[in-house]
Design a protein around this ligand. Structure first.
Ligand code: KG4
Ligand code: ZN
Length: 337
């Protein structure tokens, strides 16, 4: 019997709705909220209002694109957290309403687990290569930086975590210092391609074990620019590409060094990356080089499944559906999961 899931993602500033049938994506639509760009970060109040405006039309379009109607949906999966509470409330309430109206199960999804399970999203007419268990995942997003051992689709063990900022925050905050709009990660990636990654050196943190720290890098980048700007007020403008390349290189080497250690410690050579920062072309290339050198079986998600999307919520919902893991209607979102 086939299973069709309606999936809702509203944890931050993107309203996304997907339809997943038997693990295959039928549609995956994302409404971005450009309104936050000029504020230098996501404004929670504005984000929840935009979700409220977008959620019904985006759902309708996702259903039309997938060629399904309300009666075809077997369950509704939604992001319960972590994320912005006001944003999560919109998705949660909509999911509840839909589930009650159709009398179908409701499935809560952990946004971070969903980023990792993006590796199991199937696409028609594609060579769908899936990781086997156990595998390691470097999860790098705007709010989290973790190394996870995946033991099955629904069993994960966090073996490394950031003790302060996330990798995505390092990109975004350093970008802000250079005057870039939010989120700065994609622009830094683009500019870095033209730059020299050895032009400037920024100190790397010494953090024990498999944990990460990025707040020191942000501070040293800030002080470095402050000093250089005293000598040359156009320093940023004149060195943009080199600054981006050097900063990106520093972040990537911090990340990859820990993945190498995690692989050596656990003996696992099935390696993956996930989350918004896994869209970074430098990280993707360096991971490929490292995989060749170390004989890793590497999994990198399609770009469209790296940043926030509902397809990843749908695939996680699908595996929970198969296990009968449903939620009650009294469920509430969790800003921290
Ligand atoms: O996973 P995501 O969409 O949202 C969270 O769950 O946080 O990640 C967003 C983060 C932002 O910090 C953004 O700057 C970063 O991912 N990002 C990138 C790139 N694309 C998105 N960072 C570096 N290079 C990119 N190409
Ligand atoms: Zn995310």
């Amino acid at each position: 019997m086939s299973v069709t899931i309606l999936a809702i993602e509203s944890s931050c500033d993107d309203t996304s709705v997907a339809i997943i049938r038997d693990g295959y994506v039928l549609s995956n639509l994302i409404a971005n909220q450009d309104i936050h760009m000029s504020y230098g970060g996501v404004v929670p109040e504005l984000a929840s209002r935009a979700h409220q405006a977008n959620i019904v039309p985006v759902t309708q379009q996702a259903m039309v694109k997938a060629g399904v109607n309300n009666e075809d949906i077997d369950a509704v999966a939604f992001t319960r957290g972590p994320g912005l509470l006001g944003s999560l409330l919109v998705g949660t309430s909509f999911a509840k309403g839909f589930a009650i109206a159709q009398n179908i199960p409701l499935i809560e999804v952990n946004h971070l687990q969903a980023h990792v399970l993006a590796h199991f999203i199937l696409e028609k007419d594609k060579n769908n290569r899936l990781p086997s268990f156990p595998f390691l995942c470097l999860l790098v997003s705007g709010g989290h930086t973790r190394i996870i051992v995946m033991k099955s689709q629904l069993e994960m063990e966090v073996i490394g975590n950031t003790i302060d900022d996330a990798a995505g925050e390092a990109f975004d905050k350093c970008g802000k210092v250079m005057g870039f709009t939010y989120p700065a990660g994609p622009l830094i990636d683009k500019l870095a391609i033209e730059g020299n990654m050895n032009a400037f050196r920024f100190s790397k943190p010494h953090v024990k074990g498999l944990d990460f720290s990025f707040s020191g890098l942000k501070t040293s980048f800030l002080y470095f620019l402050r000093d250089r700007l005293k000598e040359d007020s156009d320093f940023i403008e004149n060195n943009k590409a080199d600054l981006c390349a050097s900063l990106q290189h520093t972040i990537i080497s911090i990340l990859i060094a820990k993945v190498v250690n995690a692989s050596l410690q656990t003996g696992i050579r099935e390696i993956s990356i996930a989350g918004g920062v896994s869209a970074n072309s430098g990280l993707r290339n360096e991971m490929k080089k490292e995989a060749e050198k170390r004989n890793w079986n590497l999994f990198i998600p399609e770009l469209r499944y790296t940043t926030d999307n509902a397809a990843m919520i749908g695939i996680t919902g699908y595996y929970k559906y198969l296990r009968g893991e449903f939620s009650g209607h009294d469920i509430t979102p969790l800003a921290r999961y």
